[in-house]
Write a protein that binds this ligand. Structure first.
Ligand code: DGT
Ligand code: CA
Ligand code: CA
Ligand code: ZN
Length: 582
């Protein structure tokens, strides 16, 4: 019995999402149509990222405002909130053994096969399936053979090896290294990273690469022979898959240029976005896949060299990859209301960084020069405050000594690059702030952050953050939710209250660009924008190289539909100086 079996257990957003995902798995096993399965998957994903407590949304009778939740699913959510159960799910569980769901994760085993193994051999777990395959019991089943049996054994082995999701920066770095090397080959015309990396997700399953070429074999051969490849999972003229040293899978597709647009679009995903596009194509009398639009009446093909052509064919403007999650981008596209997403070129400043005064590696001058080399025109030095002893936080005395150095460097850098003094001040575990108000009043910018007591109960940790937001000297909250990717969950904050207080006081919320943080995340950034809360995208750099993480912050912001006007780092210096004064 799990906790959710207790009547009246208060289900969290996450538990409700898990139940919807489990329902999707079981419906898939039952051979339900893909749309019904996807409806549950999308609902699960949408709830998992939803920035508010479902209980509060239900109380306002606004569940159907959530992306992907219609009246039917809203009713199911209410049932779970009220009873701690979903009867529909409980019934499915009586019908379908849990282990079958795990079997679906094996590469090459679909719902039909899984049910066949179950019905004909009574196989209900991965372990039982492996034993049967190794005892040569699968090859005799109808539609199976020695070859497909061997494939299943390999699939089970790879399932055991399969790594969990990898951080965006790790996957992106590997993807760029491999793609750039392959693009050196004379047969390679051009290429892209596709999949979840191109969409800028914070964590990545596998790497998807695409290359345009008229001669695929030399590219495939070079790909599978790379030194960072441990195993070749499959190789052919259009597609190869390998396992990299870090355990990640990497898929490469090579296509002729005239089909590149449909392929890039298909393999960028997301799957939910693709399904919508496919339905739109059907409405217009075509099937759509990675190769082409194909007429349902006469089988003739329309091929697309570019993604723009794919969208044009459907009467849509180009939709940037970060928006392709079926979270309203298609409706916005048809309505001419796609956001003008922020771009890295819009960024003029970085307001959160550390120097050797606390736990950074470089001097103020070195950080200023690195920032200028990265194209910025003003920065805020924000070292840690006194109670963060592990990071050599600044006493008030050292803070004023640092002030002299910052003012000197500011003068040395000339009029076209400005350096201001801020601080990243601890919000202490008891809720008080780390410097008295008269010290805060003298600083150019005050960032307040939670680094300790993140596991406090919701009311307590929320009250600490609200207290900081309401202090008139606090300008910004650094990495507001405190998550670390992939393992540390965010603090249990009442984000509705945080957004409301930030809006009321004009306090800026950070999108910390460090790929271990990406905090605020995409969904909360989007909520902030909808509520009119100002955002800041900062690197939190501790060395010169870390200014490069800005791109991850920008990707996260774009996934949150953030525009330049929502982000204070896009402001010209005069506007920023006025904001600091006010
Ligand atoms: P990941 O790798 O889990 O981080 O996420 P993605 O989005 O990169 O997913 P992946 O690598 O399985 O597939 C890449 C893209 O290919 C995906 O975003 C959409 C497309 N795709 C893959 N499988 C399917 C499918 O069964 N149906 C449709 N419509 N598209 C698919
Ligand atoms: Ca992928
Ligand atoms: Ca893939
Ligand atoms: Zn910090």
């Amino acid at each position: 019995m799990t906790e959710t079996d207790t009547p009246g257990h208060l289900l969290t957003n996450r538990e409700i999402a898990d139940i919807f995902d489990a329902v999707a798995d079981m419906l898939q096993l039952k051979g339900e149509i893909i749309h019904r399965v996807m409806a549950y998957r999308r609902a699960a994903e949408s709830i998992r990222q939803y920035p508010r407590d479902l209980r509060a949304v239900a109380a306002e009778d606004k569940l159907t405002d959530i992306e992907g939740i219609g009246e039917t699913l809203a009713e199911k959510i209410r049932e779970m909130l009220d009873t701690g159960h979903l009867e529909f799910y409980d019934k499915l569980r009586e019908e379908i053994p849990q282990g079958l769901v795990e079997i679906l994760r094996i590469n090459g085993v679909g719902p039909k096969r899984a049910m066949q193994f179950y019905k004909e051999l009574g196989i209900a777990t991965v372990a039982e399936l492996e034993a049967a395959a190794r005892a040569d019991k699968l090859s005799q089943l109808s539609g199976m053979g020695a070859k497909s049996q061997q494939k299943i054994i390999e699939g089970i082995e790879s399932l055991a090896r399969r790594s969990t999701r990898v951080r965006l920066d790790i996957a992106l770095t590997a993807a760029e290294r491999i793609l750039n090397a392959l693009l050196e080959l004379p047969q390679a015309l051009y290429g892209h990273i596709g999949g979840s990396i191109r969409r800028g997700r914070a964590t990545i399953g596998d790497i998807d690469l695409l290359i345009a070429s008229r001669e695929a074999m030399p590219i495939m051969e070079a790909f599978v022979a790379r030194p960072d490849v441990t195993r070749v999972l499959g190789s052919g003229p259009t597609k190869s898959s390998v396992e990299l040293l870090n355990g990640q899978q990497c898929d490469l597709r090579v296509l002729p240029p005239e089909r590149y647009g449909t392929a890039l679009n298909y393999f960028t995903g997301s799957q939910a976005h693709n399904i919508r596009l496919r339905d739109l194509a059907k409405d217009r009398g075509y099937t759509l896949n990675e190769w082409a639009f194909t007429s349902l009446t006469d089988g003739s093909e329309i091929t697309c060299e570019t993604e723009e052509q794919v969208y044009q064919q459907l009467g849509l403007p180009y939709i940037p990859p970060e928006l392709r999650e079926d979270r309203g981008e298609i409706e916005a596209g048809y309505a001419g209301k796609l956001p003008h997403l922020i771009d890295i070129g819009d960024i003029r400043s970085d307001l959160h960084m550390h120097t050797e005064w606390s736990d950074g590696k470089l001097t103020v001058r070195q950080m200023a020069e690195a920032a200028r080399a990265h194209g910025l025109s003003y920065i805020v030095i924000s070292d840690h405050s006194q109670s963060l002893g592990v990071a050599n936080g600044l006493s008030v005395e050292r803070l004023w000594a640092q002030r002299e150095e910052i003012r000197r460097v500011d003068a040395e850098m000339g009029p076209n690059f400005r350096v201001f003094q801020g601080v990243e001040m601890e919000i202490r575990t008891d809720g008080t702030l780390d410097y008295p108000d008269e010290v805060l009043a003298d600083l150019d910018v005050v960032i307040a952050s939670l680094h300790s007591g993140l596991r406090q109960p919701r009311e307590q940790v929320t009250a600490r953050l609200l207290n900081a937001i309401r202090n008139p000297h606090v300008d910004m909250i650094g990495h507001p939710r405190g998550q670390l990717i992939p393992n540390r969950e965010p603090a249990d904050l009442d984000m509705d209250a945080v957004f409301a207080a930030a809006k009321e006081t004009g306090t800026v919320l950070e999108i910390n660009a460090n790929p271990q943080r990406l905090d605020l995340d995409d969904a909360h950034a989007q909520r902030a924008v909808q509520l009119g809360v100002l955002l800041s995208i900062d690197t939190d750099a501790h060395s010169a190289g870390e200014f490069d993480v800005l791109r991850y912050g920008i990707m996260t912001a774009r996934r949150g539909w953030v525009e330049a006007q929502n982000v204070i780092n896009t402001w010209p210096i005069e506007r920023f100086v006025n904001w600091m004064k006010s």
